[in-house]
Design a protein around this ligand. Structure first.
Ligand SMILES: CC(C)(COP(=O)(O)OP(=O)(O)OC[C@H]1O[C@@H](n2cnc3c(N)ncnc32)[C@H](O)[C@@H]1OP(=O)(O)O)[C@@H](O)C(=O)NCCC(=O)NCCS
Ligand SMILES: [Zn+2]
Length: 137
């Protein structure tokens, strides 16, 4: 695991092995980061640049990030969203959004409990999770 100086990590966060968290990344409470997930902080990297500024990324409370996922900087992952294993996230996620693939695309919605509550990319107006009966999103 590599956590850069200046990274902010909340309470009850679980970070698995071989994860890289660079400066500019803000991780709120109860976030899960699967093995070998990678964050970035430079959208247009060059080895030698006259000046570059860290681009920030915000991971909101309860988000889960699958193994081997890459999060391109400058995005916000909404509360309780989930990134599938191996995905490359290039844009911000709404709360409870589920994305997979490269580039990551919305395939549904996840409940706070972590289960897939809908496999319809269209936002559900009022969805109840079949697993925990909680209202989700
Ligand atoms: C994304 C995820 C939550 C979906 O779970 P699920 O809904 O049970 O998925 P299913 O197995 O029913 O698959 C549904 C479809 O999505 C596809 N799919 C599932 N996970 C995928 C992923 N990570 N990337 C791309 N496609 C994926 C399946 O191939 C399937 O496609 P099909 O309908 O064309 O056959 C899960 O697969 C995942 O990646 N979880 C993260 C696991 C992880 O990294 N944990 C880290 C700690 S060990
Ligand atoms: Zn649930």
């Amino acid at each position: 695991m590599f956590v850069d100086a200046g990274v902010v990590i909340g309470d009850w966060v679980k970070i698995q092995n071989n994860v890289s968290v660079y400066r500019g990344v803000n991780i709120e409470d109860e976030v899960f980061i699967g093995p070998s997930a990678v964050f970035t902080n430079d959208r247009f990297p060059r080895a030698r640049t006259p000046s570059w500024e860290v681009m920030s990324t915000i991971v909101r409370r309860g988000t889960s990030i699958g193994a081997n996922a890459t999060v391109v900087c400058g995005v916000e992952l909404g509360t309780w969203s989930t990134v599938g294993a191996g995905a490359v996230v290039t844009r911000s996620l709404a709360a409870h959004e589920l994305v997979v693939g490269n580039p990551a695309r919305r395939v549904g919605w996840v409940c706070r409990c972590g289960q897939v509550a809908s496999r319809n990319p269209v936002p559900p107006p009022d969805l109840r999770c079949v697993t925990c009966r909680d209202l989700a999103p």
